[in-house]
Design a protein around this ligand. Structure first.
Ligand code: PTJ
Length: 261
């Protein structure tokens, strides 16, 4: 499952015609998608900074899925399949980088998709929902905004009461913040994808996946395909065997000893 390439097909989202042999191909495509996201009103300008920060960690990880991240992706797949009401939360960076992969994963684990933004504006909410519909999503939640997660004093607290508000498992690909702890406090499990093993979200998550969202989302789907027939006891065992602190420590070790080419 250690696939370092994105399933998000180059070209489909207006990617450049960059040769795949370019040594920084994936990074250049990623930057291009984020730039396009900003131009389309999907990604916030802060999303550009977030991407740069993520890239630095990814460079030190060797731009590959390390073994502990693959184990985390498997635990995430098991947790999503075992959930009563799983929801995938989408922000401006995720919508720009992996819209198709998010829709595929949601279909595979029967999850809702909900737009949830830190820099929330009605225009961006709508642009992201439209973008996800264009990439195959049937229902996109987040626009009703009739619920609140207690304990958060920013826009990420605003949710749909029958979406994240009613979820037992929430997948949050890429954010840094206090939402994981707030969701935990109201009895929800959070799966976080974040290249920074020290981020508050990764620390608070039931399952932190220290990997690039480009690789992690299709990897969770691949594990879900494999675990689809497993029963609840087997799924719970996969989650219970996973140790979140150990996974973050293994990633931090890899990053700290990361060798520059
Ligand atoms: O669209 P919005 O308004 O909800 O805003 C989204 C951003 C990402 C701008 C907002 O949540 C933010 O400012 O996030 P931070 O605090 O910059 O944190 C983003 C985290 O994601 C950092 O820990 C980065 O290392 C990590 N990151 C960045 N790019 C990737 C990533 N992790 C996985 N894959 C990436 N491609």
């Amino acid at each position: 499952m250690n696939d370092s390439s994105s399933t998000e097909s180059p070209g489909k989202q207006g990617d450049t015609d960059m040769p795949q042999s370019h040594p920084r191909y994936q990074s250049l495509i990623t930057r291009h998608r984020i730039e396009e996201g900003v131009n389309a009103g999907i990604t916030s300008t802060q999303g550009l900074i977030a991407e740069g920060r993520g890239e630095a960690f990814d460079y030190l990880l060797g731009e590959r899925t390390i073994a502990s991240a693959d184990e985390a992706a498997r635990a995430a797949a098991a947790l999503l399949l075992d959930a009563e009401h799983p929801v995938i939360s989408v922000n401006g960076n995720v919508a720009a980088l992996v819209p198709e992969a998010i829709v595929e994963l949601a279909k595979m684990v029967n999850a809702d998709i909900e737009v949830n933004l830190f820099n929330r504006t009605e225009e961006r909410m709508k642009a992201i929902a439209d973008h996800l519909h264009d990439h195959g999503a049937e229902t996109v939640r987040g626009l009703k905004a009739d619920g609140q997660i207690p304990g958060l004093d920013h826009e990420r607290a605003t949710v749909d009461s029958d979406g994240i508000g009613a979820a037992d498992v929430v997948l949050v690909p890429l954010e840094d913040g206090d939402r994981a702890a707030a969701l935990d406090a109201v009895g929800k499990h959070e799966i976080v994808i974040d290249l920074n093993p020290l981020s508050r979200s990764a620390v608070a998550a039931t399952v932190p996946i220290i990997d690039n969202v480009l690789r992690a989302v299709p990897n969770i789907t691949a594990h879900a395909v494999e675990l689809k027939q497993a029963n609840n006891i087997a799924l719970t065992a996969v989650v219970d065997r996973f140790d979140p602190d150990e996974a973050r420590e293994r990633a931090e070790k890899e990053i700290r000893r990361g060798e520059l080419e």
